[in-house]
Design a protein around this ligand. Sequence first.
Ligand code: CIR
Length: 256
Amino acid sequence: MFTNVVVRVPGKSLADGLSGADLGKPNYTNAIVQHEYYINALTKTGVNITVLPPMEEFPDSCFIEDNALCTPKCAIISRPGAPTRRKEVQSPDLRATLEQHYDHIEEIKAPGTIEPGDIMMVGDHFYIGLSARTNKEGAEQMIGYLEKYGMSGETVTMKEMLHLKTGVNYLEHNNLLISGEFKSDPRFDKFNKIEIPEDEGYAANCIWINDYVIVPKGYPKTKKAIEDLGQYKVLECDTSEYKKVDGGLSCLSLRF
Ligand code: CIR
């Protein structure tokens, strides 16, 4: 059960966000409309939403998921691996917002790097992808903090995807959306795996919030597969402007 969500409105600089996609630059006006729609969808799930203002100096700062891991027991401020994103986490409004909700706030320190897009929560266990953004030192520090508060973590080797949750996302009830390189990883065999077809790979990044699942708009096979599980209320959200800078539904919020 999540009670809180934090989002950050994109700035006009979103057009300069990091991107490995070949889809052109995001349109700011459309991005704002899609962001408002995202907030509306979140509102339907019954959570309290904190909306933080844009930070023009950081083009990728609307992808606030990468700024902190918010667990039921503590928050851990990250240290992004992308140099242009490293100082996002120093914004006073991020810390102030976390302090409103948490007695315990920890921080990842150099030389560790970690972006929580690489972290998937399954109960009190956390899978941490070792990606181009998250290094072993960052993952080890994170696991140390998780263990300090009675939780656990393990690392997942990755080769292709930007973040772990680019390709694998837990929808509670033992259901796991899984795509690409993770399909053959035996560590995920214990889950009810919903394999995302290659042509809908982007839709592996859906979010579960209180038995709602938000699915990116335009991926009918994935939407149907989730609806067919019969366990969720499914909402669609258009994130096409964010896709242009490698962002998806989970990246756009902290949920706790
Ligand atoms: C980046 O490359 O950092 C951003 N353009 C996209 C971040 C996506 N975040 C996420 O998957 N958690």
